[in-house]
Design a protein around this ligand. Structure first.
Ligand code: XLS
Ligand code: NI
Ligand code: NI
Length: 436
């Protein structure tokens, strides 16, 4: 590298909430202990290749706005991109990065060339990871950008596309495995439909189930120790995506007997698109034992689009962090910033500022959620609400021996007449707010 992309900025350090240095953390203090674990170990933040290095600032109506020295479609450009990417992760002091195969190398003219490029870049990454101690949170394959995937990858009506996708995923898992990735992600960007009029959804879901089962088998065959993660999203780019939300994917995994093999990568903006909240998706995944990792970002609430903005609202994140802490943490997952700067943020420093604000919001929420748990009042309020269920008579109703007529008889005999009790929602909200 002749001239450093980020000029003289960095390394980014913790300076505390009073700092007005835009290139300092105000809440994220990587080494600070929270409930006996460092903030870095709790959040396991990652920089993604995709938004930072593969998107040049174009939108539906406008040309690219960013000037990036690594723009180009050859391995020379890819190497420069890798230099800047590792410089960026080091400057932020984040422990992880994530990538799609297509983000890091050109596809070239054939799958063979694509595979060779990826293998070459895997060696480059391995060296850089060794030198910087930066680790791979997850790798993935882009099965949605190329026109061949316009009608889906695993769910394509053309079996040759299915085969091609399988081959591409094999290469991406091999690369992830070689780099000791903590996880491997499958986001089915086009695994859905535009119109049911031309779609056999029974067949397509069978194909998707088979595909995922083969990925699971391959993982075991090569001894990949990372966790396989499906990333739910309800729509966009398709009208309807099969991996709609946590509940839908949970059902899908059960149906194909993959619920012990695959976990979920939950993205904030996708939760919003599904008309859920982020904490809903997290809480449900925790409840089902399916929480894998998080794609941290936020959505614009008006747009109806996956805007992938950096998170900046700590208060909104507290409930999700609470459920994550209750789950015993997110590892081997982490907080991957699947976030991008706005199209007008054209300065190199803007990329850093986005991540700084994002991790600060997560760190502030983490501390608040930890206080909430350590203090104990909140958990007690939640437990008190269900205290009646601790009674033996209540417990008996949940046993297999319980019957409708038995319970009905007891209601008459004991003249049971329940009185409404306040759910105290505002109190719960106020208590959560107290810890920020
Ligand atoms: C797109 C997804 C994508 C996945 C990885 O909406 O969030 O970025 O995280 O393919
Ligand atoms: Ni994502
Ligand atoms: Ni997304």
């Amino acid at each position: 590298m002749t001239k450093r992309f980020f000029g003289d900025i960095g390394p980014v350090r913790f300076e505390g909430p009073k700092s007005d240095n835009p290139f300092a953390f105000r809440h994220y203090d990587p080494a600070r202990l929270v409930m006996g674990k460092t903030m870095a170990d709790h959040l396991r933040p990652a920089v993604c290749y995709w938004h930072n290095f593969a998107w040049m600032g174009s939108d539906m109506f406008g040309a690219p706005t960013f000037v990036r020295p690594w723009e180009g479609d050859d391995m020379k450009a890819a190497r420069l991109k890798a230099d800047v990417a590792f410089d960026m992760v080091s400057t932020l002091g984040f422990p992880f990065f994530t990538f799609h195969d297509k983000d890091v190398v050109p596809e070239g003219g054939s799958l063979g060339e694509f595979g060779r490029n990826l293998a070459e870049m895997t060696d480059v990454f391995a060296e850089k990871m060794q030198a910087t101690k930066i680790k791979l949170l997850w790798g993935t394959a882009n099965l949605f950008s190329h026109p061949r995937y316009m009608a889906g990858a695993a769910t394509n009506p053309d079996p040759d596309v299915f085969a091609y996708a399988v081959a591409q995923v094999k290469n991406a898992i091999d690369a992830t495995h070689k780099l000791g990735g903590a996880n491997y992600v499958l986001w089915g960007g086009r695994e859905g439909y535009e119109t049911l009029l031309n779609t056999d959804l029974v067949r397509e879901q069978e194909q998707l189930g088979r595909f995922l089962s083969m990925v699971v088998d391959y993982k075991h065959k090569i001894g990949f120790k990372g966790v396989l993660l499906v990333e739910p999203k309800p729509q966009e780019p398709t009208k309807h995506q099969y991996d709609f939300d946590v509940a839908t994917v949970a059902g899908f995994l059960d149906r194909f007997e993959l619920e012990r093999e695959v976990k979920l990568n939950i993205e904030v903006g996708h939760a919003v698109l599904a008309h859920h909240s982020f904490e809903h998706e997290v809480a449900l995944a925790v409840a089902l034992g399916l929480l894998g990792s998080v794609d941290a970002n936020r959505n614009d609430y008006q747009s109806g689009w996956d805007t992938d903005q950096f998170p900046n609202n700590a208060a909104e994140l507290v409930p999700a962090l609470y459920f994550i802490l209750k789950n015993g943490g997110i590892a081997p997952g982490g907080f991957n910033f699947d976030s991008k700067v706005r199209r007008q943020s054209i300065d190199p420093g803007d990329l850093l500022i986005g991540h700084i604000g994002g991790i600060d919001a997560c760190a502030e929420a983490l501390v608040a959620a930890a206080r909430l748990i350590e203090d104990g009042k909140f958990d007690k309020m939640r437990a008190d609400r269900y205290a009646g269920w601790n009674e033996p008579k209540a417990q008996a109703m949940l046993k297999p021996a319980a019957t409708l007529e038995g319970i009905a008889k007891r209601v008459a005999h004991e003249k049971i007449d329940p009185k409404p009790r306040s759910g105290r929602q505002e109190l719960f909200e106020n208590v959560v707010g107290r810890y920020l």
